[in-house]
Design a protein around this ligand. Structure first.
Ligand code: SF4
Length: 486
């Protein structure tokens, strides 16, 4: 018996609830809606369902779902008729249902949960603009979505119309970008930028395009999945005016890939928008190797590159949807090598506190000597790769203006490049300060702890600079060590 045969299945679990659905699939509630209305995104938005009574017209709710959906103060509940029609009426393990229907468990706090687990608001120089990485920003342009995911990282503001961004705040965001030449990449998100009025979105894109140092614009959206009819040819034409423009959609389960979603993605790719997908690893939705394998294959078939699998964030309401990281690694083990590289996303943990996305992967390097790298593949085949013995590094000249100079580019790479010998937490020196210690003949010369030549920078002609001025963001690390005075 295989391990999967051993799994305890939910008593109501059916295979039916996992299957992909045909075109124009509708719950009985909307069977008679004319196609012109059904395929009109404004009709879809206007007719979203959000009350227990409306949910009960589409689903046989469990007691837990009824309690969750009727609880006071829950994260916003709204589901487009299109997406609601993908839910299985009887089976509460339906992966679409679990993403958008609240349950009683959602109300349970858990130890590590936070309101803003990625510390986005802390890294916002102006409202809605998160500047966490050196060369790129996240620009929150709305708090509205077509439907609402129960595990939403930004549930602190998403869904709340009073928190949304106004024209004065857009102007603040744009001004910050105009005055910050280090930003070369802007990711529009929210909420969902594709829920904005087409004119507002078009204006924002046009203003961003006027800023010469912004090289690329990206959009993160779930609209093509919640409401594919919104991806009209008119929208695609607007997007195409602002290239280079990239887009990440958000599909968690193969069932979300309907013919309508495939058509929407086709229109986007024909408009020259490269598409990627971000999934969140969710308990009871896609925490199964077979489901993830099917998902990545189906995505590539519609020309969407699986980009990230996110570990679920430590956010209020999402505790019951979290899996272990070891489950994520197990799934990655089932993807790499088992399917083409284009279909293998990067599995990331978005570091609590604002550390950014950290990739986690199975370990493929078993050992390393100066001459040999010992590797294993997905099958467990172990091989020795012989390193070149005469390699001394690159010897070409690199144009000076290709080198990014803004702070925060150094990091671990800076250690390898010899810019510094260590990265220290802010408290490192403080914690080693001993009460009663005095400056004396053995500890008074700082240059004793500067390695010869480390901390010097060579320019691209190979000359050495005495000292490096690079500092990491937020003063979180010590400045690089000075060059020895010897
Ligand atoms: S679409 Fe994105 S922003 Fe909107 S609720 Fe879902 S996860 Fe949150």
């Amino acid at each position: 018996m295989s391990r999967s045969d051993d799994r305890a299945l939910h008593p109501q679990a059916t295979i039916r609830s996992q299957l992909m659905l045909p075109r124009n699939h509708r719950a009985a509630k909307w069977a008679d809606v004319p196609d012109e209305q059904w395929y009109d995104w404004k009709w879809q938005l206007k007719n979203r369902i959000n009350s227990v009574a409306e949910l009960e017209e589409v689903l046989v709710l469990t007691e837990s779902e009824r309690k969750g959906a009727s609880a006071e103060g829950i994260f916003r509940l709204d589901i487009t008729p299109y997406f609601a029609s993908l839910m299985d009426r009887e089976d509460p393990t339906c992966p679409v249902r679990r993403q958008v229907i609240p349950t009683e468990e959602e109300l349970q706090p858990f130890t590590s949960m936070m309101e803003d687990s990625l510390a986005e608001d802390k890294h916002s120089p102006v409202p809605g603009l998160v500047h966490r990485y050196p060369d790129r920003v996240l620009m929150l342009v709305t708090t509205q979505c077509a439907s609402y995911c129960r595990y939403c990282t930004r549930s602190r503001i998403v869904g709340d119309p009073t928190e949304t961004f106004n024209p004065a705040e857009y102007e603040q965001q744009l001004n910050y970008l105009r005055n910050t030449p280090q930003v070369r990449d802007v990711l529009l998100s929210g909420g969902d930028p594709l829920t904005l009025a087409p004119k507002v979105l078009g204006r924002l894109l046009a203003e961003l395009r006027k800023i010469p140092h912004i090289e690329i614009i990206r959009i993160g959206t779930r609209v093509p999945v919640f409401m594919p009819m919104r991806v009209t040819q008119e929208l695609c034409d607007t997007l195409a005016e602002h290239h280079p423009l990239w887009m990440n959609i958000h599909v968690n389960h193969p069932k979300e890939i309907t013919p309508e979603v495939a058509d929407a993605c086709d229109r986007l790719t024909r408009a020259g928008v490269p598409l990627g997908n971000q999934s969140v690893l969710l308990r009871g939705v896609n925490d199964h190797a077979v489901i993830m394998q099917k998902l990545v294959r189906e995505l590539v078939k519609i020309r969407v590159r699986p980009y990230y699998i996110y570990q679920c964030d430590l956010v209020h309401g999402a505790g019951h949807l979290r899996t272990t990281v070891s489950k994520g690694l197990e799934i990655m083990e089932s993807l790499r090598g088992h399917t083409s590289g284009y279909s293998v996303p990067t599995y990331v943990v978005d570091a609590p506190g604002g550390g950014g996305k950290i990739p986690v992967a199975p370990n493929y390097v078993l050992s390393h000597s100066p001459e040999k790298l010992i590797l294993r593949n997905f099958e467990g085949y172990i091989a020795a790769y012989s390193e070149p013995t005469d390699y001394t590094g690159p010897d070409m000249a690199v144009p000076e203006d290709w080198v990014r100079k803004e702070p925060g580019q150094s990091g671990i790479y800076g250690l390898m490049e010899g810019e510094r010998i260590s990265i220290e937490p802010k408290e490192f020196s403080e914690s080693r300060h001993r009460p009663g210690s005095v400056q004396h003949r053995l500890n008074s010369r700082e240059d004793k702890w500067a390695a010869h030549g480390i901390g010097a920078q060579t320019d691209h002609a190979g000359h050495m600079d005495a000292g490096v001025s690079d500092t990491a963001p937020d003063g979180m690390v010590e400045a690089p060590q000075p060059v020895s005075g010897d």
